[in-house]
Design a protein around this ligand. Structure first.
Ligand code: PGA
Length: 244
């Protein structure tokens, strides 16, 4: 694993955006695995700025997001489709037909998971997966205790994740209880992984994930086995990882 130390959130975003932009410049038809949450917001903002300045072209790029809430329509402001559209897709020239998220309104959950895995396979896999990390070590919506060998599946969210996501909803009861997520196996098959983390609140879980035992209780700990992981963190987030 490579660790890239950033001074603060803005610096972390710049470094992560540089890595993603290099991927797209080197391979314009890259398949990017994308993430939602508060951490990647600054990364998408920079990529959109660089696109506006003429430095980036996403016309051949595909994106495949990690997850989506079950039951939310694409135009629901809390859906991840809406987040991606507003924070990234509408600012760049990625083709909408190449920008994939699970369909929160799919009638059959099992079929939806199979459809999503088939999309990933149809692109021959993900070149670079951007990941955030939850305070409980989740990646995507793979909560503690999830089997490492899962592909895209439907999960019920833990109380801790519901509480963490509550800030985006009017009431806790509005937070969906189920979500689609790429599985750990899907994530591990990405050729490169870029994990971003900011703030002291992520320091302990990063220490556990990268220096503790590999266990489904800390889903991100599986990343110790991936041969191409870059962790881009700011000083606070990396404060409990020793400098090698
Ligand atoms: P955050 O979420 O970026 O909002 O901290 C990360 C995650 O839960 O994966």
């Amino acid at each position: 694993m490579r660790v890239i130390r950033a001074t603060d959130y803005d610096d972390m975003c710049r470094k992560a955006a540089n890595i993603l932009s290099a991927q797209v410049i080197l391979k314009p038809n890259s398949v990017l695995g994308l993430a939602t949450g508060s951490t990647p917001l600054g990364v998408y903002k920079l990529l959109a700025e660089w696109y506006a300045e003429g430095d980036m072209d996403f016309s051949e790029t595909a994106s495949i997001n990690l997850d989506e809430y079950v039951g939310l329509a694409p135009d629901n402001p809390q859906s991840y489709r809406y987040y991606m559209y507003n924070n990234f897709f509408r600012h760049v020239n990625i083709k909408q037909e190449n920008a994939h998220l699970p369909n929160g309104l799919a009638a059959d959950k099992t079929e939806e998971c199979a459809r999503y895995e088939a999309i990933i396979r149809s692109y021959n896999g993900i070149d670079m997966q951007l990941l955030g990390i939850g305070h409980n070590g989740h990646i995507g919506f793979n909560e503690p205790g999830t089997a490492f060998e899962k592909d895209t599946h439907c999960v019920s969210l833990t109380e801790s994740t519901i509480r963490a996501n509550r800030r985006f909803f009017d009431n806790e009861s509005d937070v969906p209880r189920f979500a689609y997520t790429m599985g750990i196996r899907t994530i591990m098959q990405a050729r490169h992984i870029v994990l971003i983390a900011s703030g002291v609140g992520k320091a302990e879980i990063l220490r556990e994930s990268f220096t503790g035992p590999m266990t489904p209780q800390v889903p991100a700990s599986i990343l110790q086995l991936h041969s191409n992981v870059v962790l881009v963190g700011d000083e606070e987030a990396l404060s409990r990882l020793q400098r090698e």
